[in-house]
Ligand binder design. Structure first.
Ligand SMILES: [Zn+2]
Length: 465
């Protein structure tokens, strides 16, 4: 039976329209304004009344790490628990990261990550490939990955000896994407400089979590962003900066875009809403909950990032969801901040936080909210218009959003498999009431009602922009 969502306010990146939405076979068939001469005939359809609700495209979170190895442990959400939590928060698509270890074929890494997701994913997912080694056949490997729908690659300028690659590798990868149409994502921090600062701090007996942040200055981020963009310019390639955290780094992206370069960047809720002053006063090991990379910054950066989102210097908000439990995983670094697993949980709360602190607070229009949480990531990562919008022919990933629903974020009630929330006690107004993925109801009133393992791998298009 077809599904007819009546009387809602349909919001896309460029319009807000009181309309009915007809869904059949998992696809949106028609969006018809309520003030049309004739309404869509409801006879024979399952009718859902969305009066008073916003009908949004399902969220697209382009940066998550489920079941990811790091520092001798794994992120605590797997593809089942992580995607279920995402769905409950109104996100219907994620792009996670497969990791090519040194000397490994990318194909092997892809198979490994398909194995992690298979039978578990509750929503549709794509995969980026993290490159640690271009070796003898790496460039051809990149082309074959594009053929498998892996339309983006990530390289690290940080974590020497683990994930960091040199500039030659980055430049060669960028050149290859200029040919094959894929997109390079950069973790932009000067890892070599940071490593010196970390070793110095440890030698001076500075071992508390706050030193993770204090040994990663914003200039180390800005320098790497500038270098990444310069290499992309020389390669004639696009570049996407992941988890941009500071004004210094933002300035580099803005200058590049002002010069007409195809540089893109995302930020994350933690950089918009949390700060060194509020979360990391340097008083206790509890602050390990906020050890992720790049680290929290001084509060003054927050408004700059919001402004960047508003003016399209930043295009996307993703979460960099990479949870580790405080009790037994973060604790690995109790005596040494450099051993604290890097990452924090957020996949469930992105839409709520950005809606409340963006739209309700008057920092973002409703349309811009949809654009940065769904449309732009779908476009940039080669999934548009299948994902990221509400239009005839698009897949029916839809959120019935209650703009008046009040919710208090807490580890006691969240669905992520982690024992704390970075946003504990945050009160938000606006939440997902119902969530559909390809026309199937998967969340109803805050509960997951879909089938575990129903999520499909997304073959993404290179040059999807
Ligand atoms: Zn990440």
């Amino acid at each position: 039976m077809a599904l007819l969502i009546q009387n809602g306010t349909v919001v896309t990146a460029d319009s807000t329209l009181a309309a009915d939405v007809l869904v059949d076979g998992g696809v949106i068939r028609e969006v018809r304004a309520l003030d049309s001469v004739a309404r869509i005939d409801p006879v024979g359809h399952e009718v859902v009344d969305a009066r008073g609700l916003l009908v949004l495209p399902g969220g697209v979170d382009a940066h998550t790490h489920l079941d990811m190895p790091f520092g001798g442990t794994y992120s605590s959400d797997d593809f089942e628990t992580g995607t279920r939590a995402a769905a409950i928060g109104g996100t219907t698509t994620i792009v996670d990261f497969a990791i090519q270890s040194r000397g490994m074929k990318m194909r092997t890494a892809l198979d490994t990550w398909w194995g992690k997701a298979e039978g578990k994913a509750c929503i549709d997912y794509g995969l980026h490939m993290i490159i640690t080694d271009l070796g003898a056949s790496g460039l051809e490997d990149m082309d074959s990955m594009v053929g498998e729908g892996v339309a983006s690659f990530k390289l690290f300028m940080a974590y020497p000896g683990v994930l960091m690659v040199d500039d030659a590798t980055i430049f060669r990868a960028l050149r290859q994407t200029a040919k094959n149409g894929a997109l390079v994502c950069m973790h932009a921090e000067n890892g070599s400089v940071i490593d010196v600062l970390v070793q110095e701090a440890l030698a001076e007996g500075k071992r508390a979590p706050v030193y993770h942040a204090l040994t990663r200055p914003t200039v180390a981020e800005a320098e790497a962003v500038q270098r990444a963009i310069a290499m992309a310019e020389m390669a004639g390639a696009l570049v996407y900066i992941v988890h941009l955290s500071s004004e210094d780094a933002l300035n580099q992206v803005r200058e590049a875009r002002d010069r007409g370069l195809p540089a893109f960047a995302e930020t994350c809720p933690q950089y918009l809403l949390l700060s060194l002053e509020d979360q990391m006063p340097g008083k206790s090991f509890e602050e390990a909950k906020y050890v992720f990379t790049p680290p929290l910054r001084k509060k003054a950066n927050q408004q700059k990032l919001w402004d960047g989102l508003k003016h399209d210097h930043l295009q996307v908000v993703s979460t960099d969801h990479c949870p580790f439990c405080f009790a037994d995983q973060k604790a690995l670094g109790r005596d040494d901040f450099s051993k604290i697993p890097n990452g924090g949980p957020g996949i469930e709360n992105r839409m709520q936080l950005i809606y409340h602190h963006g739209v309700n607070a008057g920092r973002l229009s409703l349309n811009r909210f949809v654009e940065i949480t769904a449309t732009a990531p779908a476009r940039i990562f080669g999934m548009y218009p299948k994902k990221g919008t509400i239009a005839a022919g698009s897949e029916a990933d839809l959120v019935l959003w209650d703009p008046e629903a009040e919710h208090t974020i807490s580890a006691a009630t969240h669905h992520m498999r982690v024992d704390y929330s970075m946003f504990e006690g945050f009160r938000v107004r606006g939440n997902a009431r119902r969530v559909y993925s390809r026309g199937e109801l998967i969340v109803d009133g805050g509960e997951f009602v879909g089938r575990v393992g129903r999520g499909k791998y997304l073959r993404r298009d290179a040059r999807g922009r």
